[in-house]
Design a protein around this ligand. Structure first.
Ligand SMILES: NC(=O)c1ccc[n+]([C@@H]2O[C@H](COP(=O)([O-])OP(=O)(O)OC[C@H]3O[C@@H](n4cnc5c(N)ncnc54)[C@H](OP(=O)(O)O)[C@@H]3O)[C@@H](O)[C@H]2O)c1
Length: 338
């Protein structure tokens, strides 16, 4: 059996360039005792992938050149010599940018089947994306009804869920996104209170208009000058959930940063987090999110691109803003009952 794999050949400098990742073929080896063979169905493309390509350790070990590109996956167990996993089970793991993944089962989780939710939703709203939005907003910032919440990359996978949870909790929600279409979707379809196109509008002036009572909570996905503009409008005792800083991920030198003096003067609480910190509490988020989807209070978009061969080209969409919702590669057919 042949396995197609994307191999990290160079640590990209700036944008990911042709040749940094190369697709190669290798044969799938025989399983050893305790091994599981997983056929990947969906591959998650995430802004974090860019950081993993840097060769530097962060909250995960550094990748080396020659490694299969790291990535979160959903797949089906094709063969198992491990008593914890049965053939046909659907699992979530770090199966990488490849068709088949052999593992001893460490870090592999079964996904419930027959829930009525499509399998790809476990890669977005009911997976890492939803968990990030849920805990990053609720646990870190503890939003109160009537407060004003600003979200950057608001039309993206995490941002759009944060906006809607903010509305469920009674906040006034203002999103910042990179096109008029995204801003209209946020206001007209998701029902937030206002949106700013950071590419064409003056963010500071628009924040002044839209957040007349100031900003109590900022959900930070972007960094740089957008953050600086939001900080100037923050209220005393405001809270910031530092989720991501995508504007700097491809940068070759430091991007212009915020004026941290605002944090000091306004006694703002800023806390970074990594979604995996909440692993033991995922069930709480799962219960609320599934209820809110069924009640029609939360909508989500998945941007599914067919074909593993398109992984390298597609990840660039996250940085150009061409993705519409959670970016996912469909690696192989979904033959499940979800
Ligand atoms: N802390 C954690 O555990 C955790 C977990 C998951 C994700 N994250 C972070 O959450 C953020 C969103 O991730 P996601 O998976 O939901 O991706 P996403 O928002 O679906 O896609 C990324 C979006 O970022 C925007 N963007 C790209 N470059 C930008 C720039 N220079 N300035 C402003 N906006 C820019 C683009 O939208 P526009 O068209 O609006 O520009 C793009 O669609 C990222 O920062 C990611 O690192 C953190």
């Amino acid at each position: 059996m042949i396995n197609k794999q994307w191999i990290l050949k160079n640590f990209p400098v700036g944008d990911i360039k042709e040749g940094d990742l190369v697709m190669e073929e290798t044969s799938v080896p025989e399983l050893n005792e305790n091994d599981v063979l997983i056929r990947n169905i969906y591959l998650s493309l995430d802004p974090a992938n860019r950081g993993w390509m840097s060769g530097r350790a962060s909250y995960v070990d550094a990748m080396k050149t020659g490694d299969v590109m790291r990535g979160g996956t959903i797949g089906v167990v094709e063969k198992s010599k491990n008593q914890k996993f049965k053939e046909g089970e659907i699992v979530n793991c770090m199966g990488g940018w490849q068709e088949f993944f052999i593992t001893n089962g460490k870090g592999v989780r079964q996904i419930p089947q027959g829930t009525g939710f499509p399998l790809d939703s476990y890669m977005s709203i009911l997976g890492m994306t939803g968990m990030t939005a849920y805990f990053g907003l609720l646990d870190i910032t503890k939003p109160q009804s009537g407060e004003t919440l600003v979200v950057s990359a608001a039309a993206g996978a995490v941002g759009s869920i944060v906006c809607q949870i903010g509305k469920i909790k009674g906040c006034k929600v203002i999103g910042i996104a990179g096109s008029d279409e995204k801003c209209q979707w946020l206001v007209n379809d998701l029902g937030i209170d206002g949106a700013i196109n950071y590419k064409t509008e003056n963010i500071r002036n628009r924040l002044k208009d839209l957040c007349s009572d100031g900003v109590d909570i900022y959900f930070e996905n972007v960094g740089g000058t957008i953050t600086d503009a939001v900080l100037t409008r923050m209220n005393i005792n405001g809270r910031i959930s530092l989720c991501g800083l995508i504007s700097g991920y491809n940068a070759e030198s430091l991007v212009p940063g915020p004026a941290w003096g605002n944090l000091l003067i306004k006694r703002i609480m800023l806390k970074g987090f990594i979604v995996f910190d909440y692993f033991k509490r995922y069930i709480e988020a799962y219960q609320d999110l599934t209820t809110w989807i069924k009640e029609g209070k939360i909508k989500y978009k998945n941007h599914i691109v067919p074909g593993l061969e398109n992984a390298e080209n597609s990840i660039k969409k996250l940085f150009s803003g061409e993705n519409e919702g959670k970016l996912i590669i469909k690696v192989s057919e979904d033959t499940t009952q979800n």
